[in-house]
Write a protein that binds this ligand. Structure first.
Ligand code: NAD
Ligand code: USQ
Length: 382
């Protein structure tokens, strides 16, 4: 299948591009390298030293003989996107190419506006490009579990059946996201749903939980193929961040009471979920939603798991509850459905102690790269 992986230089996109290429698909990466520029802006970095995109795809070709084409450019530039569609004639468009940090979107007006413009208009351009140049192309869009927020009822996969004043309907599940970033994903979902309805586009929204780990079989083939890992207070996400904190003897930073519960999955499952979606395309006009996660944990549970493994490996770290820089529920009900990807064949890689140990090993190997002043959160929601 001819597949575009937009955002293919990023944390989820790079291993996905390699995995789909290994499976025999004709993969093209589209990326404007904005994430590498944001590292400069924040004076931050990936814990692992990452090669340039050019070096990465050259190494992949050397090792496997498989070519991944690259298009360096911005989804917000429609002329560029048109040319990408003309040259690649995609059958699937995997869309990872967004600003994905909630704290980054909350820095100030400018960063909120950048996040929403980049994400919402970029996605709108993709919808138009599919309509105009590849109407059969299946859009596989990365959404997020955070679109739903933390309602006091079970979270369904995209839709909920509601009875109101004696009448019934199946409606989009209510959305209560917790940042301008998460809101951008809700806006995307609405635009995609509408485009499916009016133009007959086929789309799958993958409402992904928090991704942990870094390696896949493919990224481990050579140091040049290594994936990025974020640890800082802006882009680092709960589990990976805690492991990196433990590696340098920093306190594990639980925000508030730590009762916040979130859905998680291993990066190895991210790549497989995208493949499953590609192999089982939505119908023309169908807007399909899959909840893409395998387990859920509270922040406290994760912090304690990491502390325990770190201790076993000889690293001393304390779990510290610090003032929550975000405005969010810290004590809430959580029960989310995730059967659709399982029904299509996903076999989860669960969070075992060995998985935590493996991430810790990489962090320890690279711990001199961790910039300690970037570890504590510096952005608040107020
Ligand atoms: P990332 O920042 O590592 O990668 C995103 C990539 O997209 C970067 O390489 C960036 O340069 C590129 N990009 C951004 N805007 C672009 C544009 N306008 N044009 C072209 N390229 C652009 O992020 P990630 O962690 O790989 O996340 C990928 C996607 O998955 C995002 O949409 C994110 O919302 C979603 N997601 C991520 C997680 C997670 O835990 N990382 C969880 C749920 C959902
Ligand atoms: N948290 C801590 N301590 C930390 C970091 C985070 O207690 O040091 C807490 C946060 O307050 C929050 C939870 O952990 O309650 C998750 O925070 P996070 O930074 O790990 O994740 P989040 O901001 O939700 O964003 C990440 C990705 C985003 C993706 C989302 C999936 O950056 O791209 O969409 O996870 S989800 O959470 O399902 O919406």
């Amino acid at each position: 299948m001819r597949i575009i992986v937009a955002g293919g230089d990023g944390f989820c996109g790079w291993p996905t591009a390699l995995y789909l290429s290994k499976q025999g698909h004709d993969v093209s990466i589209v990326d404007n390298l904005a994430r590498r520029e944001i590292d400069e802006e924040l004076h931050s970095n990936s814990v692992t030293p990452i090669a340039t995109l050019e070096e990465r795809v050259a190494k992949w070709k050397e090792l496997t003989g498989k070519e991944i084409r690259t298009f360096i450019g911005d989804l917000n530039h429609y002329d560029f996107l048109r040319e990408v569609f003309r040259q690649t004639e995609p059958e699937a468009f995997v869309h990872f190419a967004e600003q994905r940090s909630a704290p980054y979107s909350m820095i100030d007006r400018q960063h909120a506006a950048y996040t929403q413009t980049n994400n919402v208009i970029g996605n709108l351009n993709v919808l138009y490009a599919i309509k105009e140049f590849a109407p059969e192309c299946h859009l596989i869009k990365l959404g997020t579990m955070g679109e739903y927020g933390t309602p006091n009822i079970d979270i369904e996969e995209g839709y909920i059946e509601i009875e109101h004043n004696g009448r019934k309907d199946t409606l989009p599940y209510p959305k209560q996201p917790g940042s301008f970033y998460h809101l951008s994903k809700v806006h995307d979902s609405h635009n995609i749903m509408f485009a499916c309805k009016i133009w007959g586009i086929r789309a799958t929204d993958l409402n992904q939980g928090i991704v942990y780990g870094l390696h896949t079989q493919e990224t481990q083939m050579d140091p040049v193929l290594v994936n990025r890992v974020d640890y800082d207070g802006v882009f680092g996400t709960a589990l990976n961040r805690f492991v990196n904190q433990a590696a340098i003897g920093h306190d594990i930073t639980v925000y508030g009471s730590g009762g916040q519960t979130r859905a998680f999955l291993n990066i190895e499952d991210t790549v497989r979920c995208v493949e499953i979606a590609a192999e089982n395309p939505a119908d023309r006009g169908e807007f399909r939603v899959f909840n893409q996660f395998t387990e859920w944990f509270s922040v406290n549970e994760l912090a304690e798991r990491v502390q325990k493994i770190a201790k076993e490996e000889g690293f001393t770290t304390e779990v510290k509850k610090i003032e929550n820089p975000r405005i969010e529920n810290e004590d809430h009900y959580y029960n989310a459905k995730n059967t659709k990807l399982r029904d299509l064949g996903l076999e989860p890689h669960l969070l075992t102690d060995d998985v935590i140990r493996d991430i810790l090993k990489i962090s320890v190997e690279n711990k001199d790269r961790i910039i300690e002043e970037n570890v504590l959160p510096s952005i608040t929601w107020k």
